[in-house]
Design a protein around this ligand. Structure first.
Ligand SMILES: Nc1ncnc2c1ncn2[C@@H]1O[C@H](COP(=O)(O)OP(=O)(O)OP(=O)(O)O)[C@@H](O)[C@H]1O
Length: 324
């Protein structure tokens, strides 16, 4: 559905250049829900704007929705939906009017677009709000309307730029449900950007991590977490058994970073859920009784930290002024 090779964008003006995107390769299969994760200024929006034909790449090539990005931008636009960060068409329109206007822009007939309004209102929990002015909607409702606008012409591929930024937790969870349903019930391929780790973790089949214009990691949320450091495990044992328990833990397949503090033994293993029963049996056979245990899966924040040496929050830096 998306295949990009060496996609790059350099902004230059007044003797200053910014390499916003430095030659990224992106592959997204039909029906996938892929997240583009990175801190502010990493290059997410610039990549999205290139893939949606809004910005010309300075290098590279791509095929999006079966059409060549450079040779057939109109074809690309016909096949995709794009929900920008700000969204909205302007003040003074009702929900139905906004959707109708968008549909007409895509060349849909009035009866077709009216039918589509009813369908989208139903699908995105906007039923009964069609006559309300869009300006009076809550943040969550406004975002759902933005998604409806991106779907009006029934695209097979939809790009969502930070769909839940600024929403309260309940509205975020609600929008996640709608995004999942798009894929599950309608087979829509979704490519979204986010700087929320929990969003990428809970929503996406696959995540591309972008930092400073380059893709620094890629994989399922679980495989990314596994790749980085394994699960963090700790057990508490009687004071006289700490040394023996640490030795046993260190013999578990893939165990590393074993350390002890008082009666606690800490270590990392690739999969805590399979290692702990094995450890329990080994301790048992040595007559050591474990009094407590904990296993923590690493978070995507750990992944980012390991890959870049910075937390996502640290990585967010002040944006230079626009030069395009
Ligand atoms: N029109 C422009 N002129 C100059 N620099 C730009 C322009 N657009 C983006 N940039 C710069 O390119 C880099 C990448 O910006 P981009 O908006 O793609 O990041 P982002 O990952 O989407 O960030 P955010 O999460 O804040 O939306 C930043 O350094 C930004 O300042």
């Amino acid at each position: 559905m998306i295949k990009a090779r060496g996609l790059a964008r350099r902004f230059s003006a007044r003797g200053r250049t910014v390499d916003a995107v430095r030659g990224v390769d992106i592959d997204v299969a039909d029906g996938e829900l892929v997240g583009f994760l990175g801190p502010n200024g990493a290059g997410k929006t610039t990549t999205l704007r290139m893939l949606t034909t809004l910005l010309r790449p300075t290098a590279g090539e791509a095929s999006v929705g079966g059409c060549d990005l450079l040779a057939d931008p109109v074809g690309v636009r016909r096949n995709i939906g794009y929900v920008a960060q700000g969204g909205g068409t302007g003040p003074g329109f009702t929900v139905a009017e906004e959707i109708e206007l968008q549909g007409r822009l895509y060349g849909m007939s009035v009866p077709a677009v009216r039918a589509r309004i009813a369908e989208l209102a139903e699908r995105l929990d906007l039923a009964g709000m069609e006559k309300r002015y869009a300006a009076t909607l809550s943040g969550g409702q406004r975002r759902r309307l933005d998604v409806a606008l991106g779907l009006v012409h029934t695209p097979r591929l939809v790009f969502l730029d930070e769909p839940t930024t600024g929403l309260d937790p309940q509205s975020r969870a609600n929008l996640w449900e709608h995004i999942r349903a798009l894929r599950a019930e309608h087979g829509v391929t979704v490519f979204l950007t986010t700087h929320y780790l929990d969003e990428a973790d809970s929503l996406c089949d696959r995540i591309l991590v972008i930092d400073n214009g380059e893709i620094v990691a890629e994989g399922s949320p679980d495989s990314l977490k596994e790749r980085v450091s394994g699960d963090a495990a700790s057990i508490v044992v009687p004071a006289g058994s700490v040394g023996a328990a640490a030795e046993i833990a260190g013999r578990l397949p893939g165990a590393h970073d074993v350390s002890t503090v008082d009666t606690t033994v800490r270590f990392r293993v690739p999969r805590g859920d399979t290692a702990m029963p094995e450890l329990l049996r080994a301790l048992d056979s040595e007559g050591i009784t474990m009094t407590a245990m904990q296993v923590h899966r690493p978070t995507l924040d750990d992944v980012f930290l390991t890959l870049t040496g910075r937390t996502l929050r640290d990585a967010e830096r002040k944006e230079p002024a626009d030069v395009a």
